[in-house]
Design a protein around this ligand. Structure first.
Ligand SMILES: [Zn+2]
Ligand SMILES: [Zn+2]
Length: 336
């Protein structure tokens, strides 16, 4: 069967891999329909992902149909999947937080992914929903932001500010809005901010021309946002999250910076902040994103930049790498 493989830095092609003859024991055989590519895949293609060894079949954002192996799922049922694994032994797994499993192996990162015609997946990692294939393929990337909203214990009375309106930030904005909060979207691109507005942000701050501090103070009547979510990964925004958040507020970091960040640690104590990391997503996050998409609360067509055949994947990744602003989300269509 056909698969898309990244062989090394800036090199990828469609290859032939052995057919799957049915599902693996205890698993479900899925026919892959759409696989999303995100910043992680772009980083892999650039040779910049330390968790990836080449050659690697990418793909962790999946829309598929059930072929065989599940007693409770009729063949033809449309589904999406969770691409993570859990070891059940590490501290995170024992605490009931397998999203942060120390030995997690995400599909397409530490092991081969879903960019193939068929995949075999444990039943527990399959989610069905009343959604289109494009929407199903967006569930996993949106869960990463939904998990950040969950980590921030966001409730409807909160004002939440989100740094970054790329794929991950949009998920956080949409999930915060779905929880009924006041959401402030922060970016340097008016086009991205406009999509954030459609995802539910009431306030838009373009820091290319507006002063972040005065805008946040104005919107929050001088208090600062209750929750700051950082989804960019720059030292300046890591620091600004702590500086701008309200006293006794919560700060959630999804990305991470390439370089160490220096902080005014006095603020941690003076404001008595809760500062949290957020990694991957939990089953509840998948269910919440599915409810949000089923409610039509996300601008799906704005968030998907292109749908391409596997034969164009390498060229598209090269174009994306040369011009990062060109795409937000690319989906690769299999079995069309
Ligand atoms: Zn992704
Ligand atoms: Zn574990």
């Amino acid at each position: 069967m056909k698969a898309f493989q990244i062989q090394g830095k800036y090199s990828g092609s469609v290859i032939d891999i052995p057919d799957l003859h049915g599902a693996a024991a205890g698993e479900v055989l899925l026919q892959v329909k759409l696989v999303g590519m995100c910043g992680t895949d772009l980083t892999t293609f650039r040779g910049g992902n330390p968790m990836v060894a080449f050659p690697r079949i990418p793909g962790h954002e999946v829309a598929a149909t059930v072929i065989a192996g599940a007693k409770d799922l009729a063949p033809g049922t449309q589904a999406t999947i969770s691409p993570y694994t859990e070891c059940r032994e590490c501290a995170s797994c024992k605490r009931g937080r397998p999203n942060a499993c120390q030995f997690n192996q995400t599909m397409g990162v530490q092991r081969d992914g879903a960019m193939a015609e068929y995949i075999s997946i444990p039943r527990a990692r399959i989610y069905t929903a009343n959604l289109s294939l494009e929407e199903l393929c967006l569930v996993e990337p949106l869960t990463v932001g939904a998990h950040a909203a969950s980590r921030g214990r966001i409730v409807s009375e909160d004002t939440v500010a989100v740094f970054g309106c790329g794929g991950i930030g949009l998920g956080a904005i949409a999930s915060a809005a779905f929880r009924g909060t006041t959401v402030i979207a922060i970016d340097v691109s008016d086009a991205k901010l406009e999509i954030a507005r459609k995802a539910g942000a009431q306030h838009l701050v373009n820091t290319a021309r507006e002063d972040l501090h005065s805008r946040l103070q104005e919107i929050t009547n001088g208090v600062g946002p209750d929750v700051m979510i950082e989804a960019i990964g720059l030292p300046s925004t890591f620091r600004a999250a702590v500086e701008e958040v309200a006293f006794t507020g919560r700060v959630v970091y999804i990305g991470y910076t390439k370089e160490p960040v220096s902080y005014e640690t006095r603020l941690f104590v003076q404001k008595e902040l809760d500062i949290m990391g957020s990694r991957n997503a939990m089953p509840d996050d998948f269910r919440e994103v599915i409810r949000m998409l089923e409610a039509g609360r996300f601008p799906v067509s704005d968030a998907v930049s292109a749908i391409i055949p596997p034969e164009q994947a390498a060229r598209t990744l090269a174009e994306w790498s040369a011009n990062p602003g060109r795409y937000t989300k690319v989906q690769v269509r299999f079995n069309s």
